[in-house]
Structures are given as structure tokens and as C-alpha cells.
Design a protein around this ligand. Structure first.
Ligand SMILES: Nc1ncnc2c1ncn2[C@@H]1O[C@H](COP(=O)(O)OP(=O)(O)OP(=O)(O)O)[C@@H](O)[C@H]1O
Length: 305
């Protein structure tokens, strides 16, 4: 049976501040599910509730059909988490901690394989002597050694160096094939790279739910920036592209931003026409930055103050 997570009408206030408001979603297939949102959106609050570190004011969560607040032990049996910067105990070695974590769930840890995949620090080092990134990878190795069906990972790459990020991402890509991973991040490009489905949060609410492919399709670029080898008459350029473009805007000396309907065929026609007529120095999607797309999602669905 596939692991499932159901979140129903979750709300959480801190005093008068509403951190989560009626958050609901359902997951019933393995894969990597991103909770994406800017700082303060409520991601960590949601993850702390999902792991019962704190309790909601209302709503319920079912993991594999079991209520995590009413039937905690049963419901969390198949869940492993990396939330709120956990640290392995100082006095244990890396190997001991991973073996200990696995034993808690009745599993045997394959420490050597985890070491090869995550490039762990010296297995005999005491955890107290590790750097922040090494501690995080050791903790992640321990969670993976427990072999849970559901993994809750709150910004797992936060504070890691590029090589560590690469290792962590490879492992997550590998295990998401048959597990459910809830993965929070504020980096859209990371989510596009890793995840299959995305929930976008802003100001305590989920403002977008959809596949990552759909998100890319909706927020595909709708303008290109072009630079010519020499100065171009804007009037003639507009005439040349008439019928293909919605607007042509001068963008400095020899540079223009050309707006169109976002269709890839139209984009090809524009490029062909320009190259046939002029010497084009560069041509690229002006809003191809995924971070820009994120800002647009917030603008379209969630407002932004
Ligand atoms: N214990 C608390 N007491 C009061 N306010 C809190 C508490 N925990 C969180 N908040 C507030 O709730 C809001 C959501 O915080 P949360 O940490 O869930 O956001 P986030 O999306 O994880 O942000 P980040 O990406 O910065 O980690 C923030 O405005 C935060 O200040």
C-alpha cells in the first residue's frame, strides 16, 4: 500500500498572529512533494505540527489513515523527520548514532552504503566534533537508515556547501521512487529540480497546488530580450514583428524586450525573423528566472505585502 498523508483544516495561532489558516492537502502516491514559500510563510510551523513537536489549534493529520494526535505511536511508526535543525548526540560516534537510530525502528543500518552515498564524516568521529553540515548529513543518514515510508524534511540543504547539497539531492532523488517525501524550501529552482508536486504557501495559507510541470507551464516566459550588433529602428522592428508580438519595448542601446503570447512556436517565429533580418548578438527569455516565476505565483494567487 502507498504511504498516505492527509492534512485537514489545520490552523495555528501564536497569540494574535495566525501562522497557519485552514491548511488542507492530501498525498496518496510516493514521490517528492514540495512545500514552497517565502520566509515566514508557515512551512516550519506546518512541519513542526506534522512531526507533533507542536499542536495545532484545529484540524487533523492522518498518516497512513491514522490520526497523529490521537494515535501518535501507531501513526508516526512509518515517519522519519529532519525538522528544526536536529543534532545527533555529542557523545556518540557517527556510526553509533546511525546504528542506534536504525535499531529504534527495528532495522539494521547499512552504514557503509550510507557513507558511500552521503560522503559522511569519519564514521568513528564523535558527533560533537562535527561541523553543521556534517551533523545534518549524519542526521539525514540516520533518518534514511530507519527506512520510513514518509520523510518530512524541513529545508534539508539549508547551510550545506554545494558538494553536500549535491549529495543530499542525489540521495533524495533515489529514495523518492518508493517513499513519500515532504520537502520544504524557499528555493524554487531546487524544488523544480527535485520534486514532482508542489504546494505553495504564503502567509499561512496554501495558495497553489499542482505538479511541478504544470507550474512551469503556467509560468512560462512571455517575453524575450534581444540584443543586436548595431542600432535598430524601433518602428521598423515593430513592423517586422507585427502579428507575432504584443509589444516591443526599447531596453537600452541596441537592446529590446519583446512581449508575445508565451507559445514556443511564436517564440521560434520571432527568433527566425530576427535572425533572417539582423545580426543578433543575444536572444534569451527575460523572465526565465524561476525566482521571478515564484514572485509571479505569489502575485497571481497569494498577494504579497
Ligand atoms: N513560537 C512562535 N511564536 C510566535 N510566532 C511564531 C512562532 N513560530 C513561528 N512564528 C511566526 O509564524 C510565522 C511562520 O513561521 P515559520 O517558521 O513557520 O515560517 P517559514 O515558512 O518556515 O519561514 P522560513 O523559511 O524563514 O523558515 C512567522 O511570522 C513566525 O514569526
Amino acid at each position: 500500500m502507498s504511504p498516505s498523508v492527509q492534512v485537514e483544516g489545520l490552523s495555528k495561532n501564536f497569540g494574535k498572529f495566525t501562522a497557519l489558516e485552514s491548511v488542507s492537502f492530501e498525498i496518496d502516491k510516493p514521490g517528492c512533494y514540495a512545500i514552497l514559500g517565502p520566509n515566514g510563510a508557515g512551512k516550519t510551523t506546518l512541519f513542526r505540527i506534522l512531526t507533533t513537536l507542536i499542536y495545532p489549534d484545529s484540524g487533523r493529520i492522518l498518516m497512513n489513515g491514522k490520526d497523529i494526535f490521537r494515535n501518535k505511536e501507531e501513526a508516526l511508526k512509518e515517519m522519519g523527520s529532519l525538522v528544526s535543525v536536529p543534532e545527533p548526540p555529542d557523545f556518540m560516534t557517527v556510526r553509533e548514532f546511525i546504528q542506534f537510530a536504525a535499531k529504534l525502528r527495528g532495522r539494521e543500518a547499512d552504514v557503509e552504503s550510507l557513507n558511500a552515498r552521503l560522503d559522511l564524516p569519519n564514521l568513528n568521529s564523535k558527533c560533537g566534533k562535527l561541523s553543521k553540515g556534517q551533523k545534518r548529513r549524519t542526521f539525514l543518514a540516520a533518518v534514511i537508515a530507519q527506512d520510513p515510508q514518509i520523510l518530512i524534511l524541513d529545508e534539508p540543504t539549508d547551510g550545506l556547501d554545494p558538494i553536500e547539497i549535491y549529495k543530499v539531492k542525489s540521495v533524495i532523488r533515489e529514495i523518492k521512487q518508493n517513499k513519500t517525501i515532504l520537502y520544504s524550501s524557499h528555493i524554487l529552482s531546487e524544488v523544480i529540480d527535485m520534486c514532482d508536486y508542489v504546494f505553495i504557501m504564503n502567509k499561512g495559507k496554501i495558495i497553489y497546488k499542482g505538479s511541478v510541470t504544470n507550474l512551469e507551464r503556467i509560468f512560462r516566459p512571455t517575453s524575450v530580450k534581444v540584443e543586436f550588433e548595431y542600432q535598430i529602428n524601433p518602428g521598423i522592428l515593430k513592423e517586422l514583428l507585427a502579428g507575432m508580438v504584443t509589444r516591443v519595448q526599447e531596453d537600452g542601446d541596441r537592446r529590446f524586450e519583446i512581449f508575445y503570447d508565451g507559445d514556443s512556436e511564436t517564440r521560434k517565429k520571432i527568433l527566425r525573423k530576427l535572425v533572417e533580418t539582423y545580426d543578433v548578438r543575444s536572444f534569451y527569455d527575460s523572465s526565465s528566472s524561476l525566482e521571478n516565476a515564484f514572485v509571479r505565483v505569489l502575485g497571481v494567487f497569494g498577494g504579497r505585502s
